[in-house]
Design a protein around this ligand. Structure first.
Ligand code: CP
Ligand code: NVA
Length: 300
């Protein structure tokens, strides 16, 4: 039987995603109350990181330990993956040894190819195209603070990047409106956008997207792998900062989210990320709980 993978949010239906978040909240309560929950004893996760990470690495590694299993950190620097061993071969070999595999890489096609040849579930821990695990934590965080997100309005300010694409998929699965403001030349992928229909609208002015929003979200202007475009991006994104003036366009009780790491003074002001609207530390913590629920589901 083919294993179940989690490469984008669309790999789970709306009911499964909600059940996962409900379970994540249960697991969070168990963890907070010191109640052991080793529901996947002896299971081993391989974690393949071709890009840097703090949150993703620590949350998956800690999550596996709390579920009674273990995680192996694999870097291309010291595995054959970095020396050109074919993806297909690496997938077949790793999946004969471990129970589940998490990958952070560049091209999304690479993780799709890996998953095709893997006998065990593969989790997307960020590609250039999507970051679905972050959205599990983000929607969980919304629900903890504000309950149902259906029919609400979120505003995405900045780059039409991997996080933006995952927010578009989240708007489809959780049925909310998403207003996106990007500078010209940095729009999200047209196919991802088109598939979301009229739930998602594109703007040029941040204030137009943020108007009456219940939630304002941003991310770095220069993602991992785009470092040589940094100067050009700084120029293109000038004016796309989420600051107090922009938050004043949103609803009074709007939340602010950022997947982190953040650059204060670039995409977000210190007053916003460290201010009363911000729930970024909950988002970061919830990576742990949401991914534990994901691991349970894929290793059911
Ligand atoms: N948000 C996120 O994925 O952070 P890391 O790059 O630290 O894993
Ligand atoms: N868009 C960012 C997200 C980091 C978690 C990047 O890809 O670098």
């Amino acid at each position: 039987m083919k294993p179940r993978h989690f490469l984008t949010l669309l790999d789970l239906d709306s009911g499964e995603l909600q059940a996962l978040i409900d379970r994540a909240r249960e697991l969070k309560a168990l963890q907070k109350n010191g109640v052991a929950h080793r529901t996947r004893p002896g299971k081993v996760m391989a974690m393949v990181f071709e890009k840097s990470s703090t949150r993703t690495r620590v949350s998956f590694e800690t999550g596996m330990i709390q579920l009674g299993g273990q995680a192996l950190f694999l870097s291309p620097r010291d595995t054959q993956l970095g020396r050109g061993e074919p993806i297909e071969d690496s997938a077949r070999v790793l999946s004969r040894m471990v129970d589940i595999i998490m990958i952070r890489t560049f091209e999304h096609e690479k993780i799709e190819r890996f998953a095709e040849f893997s006998d065990v579930p593969v989790i997307n821990a960020l590609t250039d195209m999507y970051h679905p695990c972050q959205l599990l934590a983000d929607i969980m965080t919304w629900q903890e603070h504000r309950d149902d997100i259906r029919g609400k309005k979120a505003a995405w300010i900045g780059d039409g990047n991997n996080m933006c694409h995952s927010w578009i998929n989240a708007a489809r699965r959780f049925d909310f409106h998403l207003a996106i403001a990007t500078p010209e030349g940095f729009d999200p992928d047209p196919n991802v956008l088109a598939a979301a229909g009229d739930r998602v609208a594109l703007f040029r002015q941040p204030a137009d997207a943020a108007a009456d929003a219940d939630l304002v979200v941003t991310d770095v202007w220069t993602s991992m792998g785009q470092e040589d475009e940094q100067k050009r991006r700084e120029r293109a994104f000038a004016g796309y900062i989420v600051d107090d003036d922009l938050m004043a366009c949103a609803n009074e009780d709007a939340l602010f989210m950022h997947c982190l790491p953040a650059h204060r003074g670039e995409e977000v002001s210190a007053s916003v990320i460290d201010g009363p609207h911000s729930v970024v530390w909950d988002e970061a913590e919830n990576r742990l709980h949401a991914q534990k629920a994901l691991i349970e589901l894929l290793l059911a």
